[in-house]
Design a protein around this ligand. Structure first.
Ligand SMILES: Nc1ncnc2c1ncn2[C@@H]1O[C@H](COP(=O)(O)OP(=O)(O)OP(=O)(O)O)[C@@H](O)[C@H]1O
Ligand SMILES: [Mg+2]
Length: 150
């Protein structure tokens, strides 16, 4: 029933739980998987970011995003899946907008994502991106809570 599954990833544990669930579904359904990431964070190992030009900063954020997506894609390939990946870079942008737009453009029939992400504010039921995607997406959304065991 699901043939095109969009999986937004941010490298956090809840996001990894979402990806795990998505890979299970994709194998069961014989669905295509597309991993998307909005790169916004300067990698921790970067030297003082104040010493970088805007161009250098952008390149580092982009390179970190590519590494993150490649790591996730490799995980999917170990399960016999051949995911597509899409990377966006945008310091000020909202991941939720990217996700909703991407789902429409790629004609996803399901979005699978974590309920929280890197910031993981436990006192809120959902992260802001999860909430905005649920509010605005025109395709079904499967939210996956952080799995303590798997
Ligand atoms: N930059 C991103 N690129 C791709 N997917 C993302 C990104 N940020 C979040 N997501 C997806 O959204 C899910 C929920 O993350 P969300 O950002 O809503 O939670 P949070 O980080 O705890 O909250 P907030 O960002 O509001 O502080 C993640 O598990 C991931 O699937
Ligand atoms: Mg977040």
């Amino acid at each position: 029933m699901f043939k095109r599954i969009l999986v937004p990833v941010d490298g956090s544990k809840p996001s990894n739980s979402g990806l795990r669930a998505a890979t299970r579904l994709a194998r069961e359904q014989g669905a295509r998987l597309r991993l998307v990431h909005l790169a916004q964070q300067v990698p921790v190992k970067a030297p003082k970011s104040t010493d970088l030009t805007v161009g250098e900063l952008y390149e580092r954020i982009e390179a970190a995003g590519e590494r993150l997506l490649e790591r996730h894609a490799r995980y999917c390939r170990t399960l016999g899946l051949k995911p597509e990946t899409a990377l966006y870079v945008g310091l000020g942008g909202r991941a939720s907008e990217m996700i909703v737009d991407e789902a429409a453009k790629w004609r996803a029939d399901l979005i699978v994502m974590g309920t929280h992400g890197r910031r993981g504010l436990g006192r809120l039921a959902l992260g802001s991106n999860a909430e905005q995607v649920v509010r605005h997406s025109t395709v079904p959304v499967l939210l996956v809570r952080l799995a303590h065991r798997s």
